[in-house]
Structure formats: C-alpha cells, structure tokens
Design a protein around this ligand. Structure first.
Ligand SMILES: Cc1cc2nc3c(=O)[nH]c(=O)nc-3n(C[C@H](O)[C@H](O)[C@H](O)COP(=O)(O)OP(=O)(O)OC[C@H]3O[C@@H](n4cnc5c(N)ncnc54)[C@H](O)[C@@H]3O)c2cc1C
Length: 377
C-alpha cells in the first residue's frame, strides 16, 4: 500500500504519521523548502479539555492533546470580545498560544520517525488520475491513495471538483513586540471600521509579544481591499487596542486565507481524499482550523492505510460533522448582523457571555434552535 500525502501542515503530517504507523509506505511531499515557514497562523489552540467540548465526537490525536511545553509560548484563561461600540464581554477559554513553526516541524519529525519519506521543496500537481511532482524530486509518483492536505488553495480539491462553499476570509497578521497586552486573554474585535465581514484579533504570545491580525471578506468591502491599511487603522486607531499596541513594533508579517464555508460536497473521490483546510475543516465562527485538520488527518491516515476509502466521508461526518455544520449556520446568522455595526451592537447586548461561548462553538442557544433549518446548508 503506497500513500502520497500532499502538504506537510498539521493535516498532512498527522495523516502521514498515522498511516506510516499502521505499516503503509508513505511519501509526504511539501512545496516549501522549510516545513512550517512562513507561518500563516495566530497560533491559538484550545486546551484539550476545551477541545473535548468543542469536538465531542472526535478522537483527538495524542499530538493535539499533549503539545510539548517547548512549543507553548503562553497560556490564556479567557476569550474577550469587543463589540463595534467598544463594549466588551469575556468567557473562560483555556488556550495554548503555540509556536506554529516549531509545532509543524515537530509533527513532520514524528511522521518521518514513524517511517514516512519526506520530500520538501517539491510541489505536487494532479493531472487526471496521476500525481506529478516538481522541485527537489521530479516526475510521476505512483500511489494507491492520494491525501490532499494542501491547504486552503488545494490543487487536489480542484482536481476532484471539490468547491468551497461561501467566500473565504482574507487575513493579514503582524507579530508585534513591545505591546502592552493582557497575557491571559485572546481578544476578538468586531466592527465595520476594524474588520469588515470578519474580526481583528490579539493573541498574546508571552512577555510583550502578540500576534495581531485582521480577517475580512470581500463582499463586505467596497472597492479595492487595502488589507495593510485596515490592519494599520486597527493598530493605530482602535480606541482600546490602539492604546495597547501604541508602542509596538512589527517583527513579522503573515498573510493567508481561511476557508470558512464548511465542507464542500465532495471530500473523497476514487483514491483521492481531502483533509484539513483543503476540505474546509475550519470552524466558521472563529477561523480556527488546526485541531480539525489534525483530527481529519488522523482519520485520513487510518482509512488510507486500511484502503477503506469509501468510509472516509462518513467517518469525518461522524467526528466533525455536527460542529462544522453548526459553526457555518451560526456564521450565516452573524453575517446578517455584521451588515451593520448597530445590529451587531444590539446582538452583543442581548447575549450573556456563556451564550457567546456556545455560539462560537457552533451551538445555538435553545430559543434560537428553530432558526436552524433556515440556515443549515
Ligand atoms: C492569518 C491566519 C491565522 C490563523 N490563526 C489560527 C489560529 O490561531 N488557530 C487555529 O486553529 N487556526 C488558525 N488559522 C487556520 C490554520 O492555520 C489552518 O486551519 C491550518 O493550518 C490548516 O492545516 P492544514 O494542514 O490543513 O493546511 P496548511 O497548514 O495550510 O498546510 C498545507 C501545506 O501544504 C503545502 N502545499 C500546498 N500546496 C502544495 C502542493 N501543490 N504541493 C506540495 N505542498 C503543497 C503548503 O505549503 C502547506 O505547508 C489561521 C489561518 C490564518 C490564515
């Protein structure tokens, strides 16, 4: 049994480690010269206790439950949300702020130690039923199974006709130093002026360092998208965040897209499987995708090694289906509120913090349950 895994992010490395550990011959192909770099992530991963609540039907990989301390830069206690009006609310969320570059490399090391062959600096392309690679290795690679773990702009998804639902979030993030942030809190800021169609965030990385970013959506912006201008405005002018970030200096700039529309209709076709961002495995309410990518990678590795590909979609559905669908439905409801700061402020004032936490986990508060059928894809 030969498996080719395309993309050595959290989904791909987890799939490769799992399949190799089950005795399959695995080739893990990564187009970057250096796995994990450049980083395209805020680095926020909830603690295992939170993840068990967020993804109650999922079997979490051990590598997600026990992230080695050397990759945990900081731990947060709460999540704090700011409405467009500036009013804030917070709820408890135990979070790990992770060094993604180190963590991605650690996952790839584990895949290699389990027996996977790693080929970095090599881009894969799917032509018909064949996988061709170009870079440090060239030519056709024969495989019984192809796992597309190649991120939000997945070539494998394109090749099998998997179309992402809804428009993606477009993100820009700075790693900033000399900022005066609350190390205990991961913060989200809403408002048309700061993040049209999305939110801005501050994720504390320990000491006086933080990831500060903004995610927006095209349809909420008139004219050209000036992402640097939007993030600069948030950093310099937000009445609260601007104070915290006033003295900050930027040491890294990161960009990326977040597929926030849930799973496409197809995540498996013939011998091709999709996992992680390539399959829309992202919580649409927060843009958080690392835990889901790792769960999906584990499932992909297991079904690939057993060559039982027809069960892939139902296995994913069983472990991740409900939270994914719930988060998309809620995001669609919140989208309506986001069309105006006034309605966003009203929604914010009506919800108590624990209801906000439920909403972020993709769960509707009981009185709103009857709206489910209107928004479920
Ligand atoms: C700005 C930003 C901030 C974020 N913050 C968070 C956060 O705080 N917490 C969280 O949980 N999630 C966050 N996310 C989402 C998270 O980063 C992704 O959900 C996660 O990385 C998905 O993992 P993956 O393995 O599916 O894909 P990726 O991590 O994207 O890995 C895909 C890999 O495939 C490689 N690749 C792509 N195409 C090819 C090809 N043709 N051939 C070979 N290799 C290829 C890429 O180089 C890459 O290494 C954030 C995303 C962005 C953009």
């Amino acid at each position: 049994m030969r498996i080719i895994v395309i993309g050595a992010g959290p989904a791909g490395s987890t799939a490769a480690e799992t399949a190799a550990g089950l005795g399959a011959e695995v080739i893990l192909v990564e187009r970057r010269m250096e796995i994990g770099s450049p980083v395209q992530c805020g680095g926020f991963i909830p603690e295992a206790s939170e993840l068990r609540d967020l993804l109650p039907d999922a079997r979490l990989p051990e590598t997600l439950v026990e992230i080695p301390e050397r990759f945990i830069l900081n731990r947060t206690r709460v999540q704090r949300l700011y409405a467009p009006s500036g009013r804030s609310a917070e709820f408890p969320v135990a979070g790990r702020c992770v060094d993604r570059r180190g963590f991605d490399r650690y996952l790839a090391h584990r895949a290699a130690r389990a027996g996977a062959q790693l080929i970095v600096g090599t881009e894969a392309d799917v032509r018909g039923q064949s996988v061709w690679v170009k870079g440090r290795r060239e030519g056709l690679i024969d495989a019984d199974v192809v796992i597309g773990a190649d991120g939000p702009a997945s070539a494998v998804a394109r090749a099998i006709g998997a179309v992402q639902r809804d428009e993606p979030g477009i993100c820009l993030e700075y790693e900033m130093v000399d900022v005066d942030i609350d190390r205990d809190a991961a913060e989200m800021y809403f408002g048309d002026r700061w993040a049209p169609g999305g939110y801005a965030w501050i994720i504390p990385l320990g000491d006086d360092i933080a990831n500060v970013g903004v995610g927006v959506r095209r349809s909420y912006i008139r004219g050209e998208i000036d992402l640097p201008g939007i993030l600069r405005r948030f950093v310099e002018e937000h009445p609260h965040a601007g104070e915290l970030l006033r003295k900050g200096e930027t040491v890294a700039v990161m960009r990326g897209i977040v597929p926030a529309g849930g799973m496409p209709d197809i995540i498996q076709s013939g011998r091709f499987l999709l996992a992680g961002d390539a399959a829309g495995h992202v919580m649409a309410t927060s843009g958080g995708g690392v835990p889901l990518a790792m769960v999906a990678g584990r499932i992909a590795g297991e079904v690939a090694a057993a060559h039982d590909l027809d069960v892939y979609t139902s296995r994913i559905e069983r472990e991740l289906g409900a939270p994914l669908r719930g988060s998309v439905m809620i995001r669609r409801i919140v989208d309506k509120a986001m069309r105006s700061d006034r309605s966003m402020d009203v929604v914010f004032s009506l919800l108590d913090p624990m209801t906000m936490k439920d909403i972020q986990r993709g769960r509707l508060p009981a009185p709103l349950e009857r709206l489910r059928s209107m928004f479920t894809p």
